[in-house]
Design a protein around this ligand. Structure first.
Ligand code: ATP
Length: 236
């Protein structure tokens, strides 16, 4: 579904990605793990069209999409739940959700159908639909960021650090939602600093270090890899 080849990205003179290759197959959950500053968010932002790659290619469903802007990527079936959630605090939950579908200019009936689907998947958002997003807890804001992305009806959902700053029990709840989405057939590219969680929740995984993929394979194998465990999972 998504094929990234030799992708490079720069911020001014500073290079953040050095020839990244990555594949996501239809229906898979793929994890991208690595330390702070490894380039994980940059990679997702390149895919979404928010950062312009300096080289390489991004192919979605066989089409070259490397330099398309974000709204066109949404129309091609991509949606991003960004790091830090970036919900609009002074807007209601409902208004935030509606923003997720803006590039699609949906008819009212289709918008309602999607809202209903999201509310049944994320019932807390239904309860709080009129509440200002800024007054939600961190976990609820994460649900809202994911719900907003789901409003676009994505074929490929990009999740950037969904567990960041959340308590373990809330993280469990978020990962349960990710698991349900995957089971329902959504293809997911998941960025996480919490490598153990991300590997447990995914089929395949890539390990990014200093802008380069240094390891990839079946998540189960990476989870059992002794060297990887020592270096990234804090276990010996
Ligand atoms: P984190 O989990 O901390 O977000 P990450 O793996 O997602 O880490 P990126 O945010 O992609 O890493 O950052 C990769 C590199 O690019 C880092 O060296 C970072 O300082 C740099 N960088 C990221 N965003 C910008 C920006 N807007 N301007 C300049 N440099 C940036």
């Amino acid at each position: 579904m998504l094929s990234i080849r030799r992708l490079t990205a720069h911020y001014g003179a500073a290079q953040a990605l050095f020839g990244v290759d990555l594949e996501v197959g239809r229906g898979e959950t793929v994890a991208l793990v690595g330390a702070n500053g490894a380039g994980k968010s940059t990679l997702l932002r390149c895919v979404m069209g928010l950062v312009r790659p300096s080289g390489g290619s991004i192919v979605l469903h066989g089409d070259e999409v490397t330099h398309l802007p974000p709204a066109r990527m949404v129309r091609r079936g991509l949606a991003l739940s960004p790091e830090g959630r970036e919900v609009f605090g002074t807007l209601s939950v409902l208004e935030n959700l509606e923003l997720g579908a803006v590039p699609l200019a949906l008819k009212a009936a289709e918008k309602s159908r999607r809202l209903e689907e999201i509310f049944s998947r994320l019932p807390k958002l239904r309860e709080r639909r009129s509440q200002l997003a800024g007054t939600l807890s961190g976990g609820e804001q994460q649900m809202l960021a994911m719900g907003r992305a789901l409003m676009a009806g994505p074929k490929l959902l990009l999740l950037d650090e969904p567990s960041l700053g959340l308590a373990p029990l809330v993280t469990d709840e978020i990962f349960a939602i990710i698991h349900q989405l995957a089971r329902a057939g959504t293809t997911i590219l998941l960025v996480e600093q919490n490598a153990a969680r991300a590997l447990s929740a995914s089929d395949h995984a890539y390990l990014l270090a200093n802008g380069r993929i240094v390891e990839h394979g079946a998540s189960r194998d990476l989870l059992n890899d002794a060297a990887l465990r020592t270096a990234f999972l804090g276990a010996s």
